[in-house]
Design a protein around this ligand. Structure first.
Ligand code: SF4
Length: 160
C-alpha cells in the first residue's frame, strides 16, 4: 500500500530512514523487471519408420538433452527439407528411406532453454540393413511401453 512500484509513497513510509533505494534516489526505478528471454523454437521432422510390426529407433548420445533415451529418426527442418534431412541421416547408416508426403500429426515440447516443434511422418526402408550398432535398433511396436523414450517421442507412439 505504500511501497508501490513506480510511485512509492516515500513520505508516508515508516521505513524511509532505512531504505537504501530512497537514500540513493532510486525508489522510482526499482524493482527492475527482468524481460523474459524467449526460448528458441526448433522445427524438427520425425519419421516413424515401420517394418511390419517393428519400428526403427535410435538412442540419443550419452550426454546432453534427454541423454541415452530412445527416439524415432529425426532431424532439424520442416516439410520437404526436414524429410530430406532425415533421409540423409539414415543414408549415413546405409538405409534408403521412403517417407509419406503428408504428416500424421504434430506436437510441441517445451524445455527450459528451447522448444521443439515436431512434425511427424511415416515411412519405410526400401533398401539397406542396420548393422550391429547398439544405438540403432528395430523394436516390436508392442514393446514400446518398456522403452525409455526421449520425452515427446513416447507420445508419438499414440499417433501412428
Ligand atoms: S522509502 Fe523505500 S520502502 Fe519506503 S516507500 Fe519509499 S522506496 Fe518503498
Amino acid at each position: 500500500m505504500v511501497c508501490i512500484p513506480k510511485h512509492p509513497r516515500c513520505p508516508d513510509c515508516p521505513l524511509q530512514g532505512l531504505c537504501l533505494a530512497h537514500r540513493a534516489g532510486k525508489e522510482c526505478d526499482l524493482p527492475i523487471r527482468l524481460v523474459k528471454k524467449k526460448s528458441p523454437v526448433e522445427e524438427i521432422t520425425v519419421v516413424v519408420v515401420r517394418h511390419g510390426d517393428q519400428w526403427l529407433v535410435h538412442r540419443r548420445p550419452p550426454k546432453g538433452l534427454l541423454a541415452s533415451m530412445w527416439e524415432f529418426p529425426n532431424a532439424l527442418g520442416k516439410g520437404k527439407e526436414g524429410i530430406a534431412a532425415v533421409r540423409q541421416l539414415l543414408a549415413q547408416k546405409g538405409l534408403t528411406l521412403a517417407a509419406d508426403d503428408q504428416p500424421v500429426g504434430s506436437l510441441k515440447s517445451v524445455f527450459s532453454h528451447k522448444t521443439w516443434q515436431m512434425t511427424v511422418y511415416e515411412g519405410c526402408i526400401t533398401q539397406g540393413k542396420i548393422g550391429e550398432e547398439e544405438d540403432w535398433q528395430w523394436i516390436d511396436c508392442k514393446d514400446y511401453a518398456s522403452l525409455p523414450w526421449a520425452g515427446p517421442h513416447g507420445k508419438i507412439t499414440a499417433m501412428v
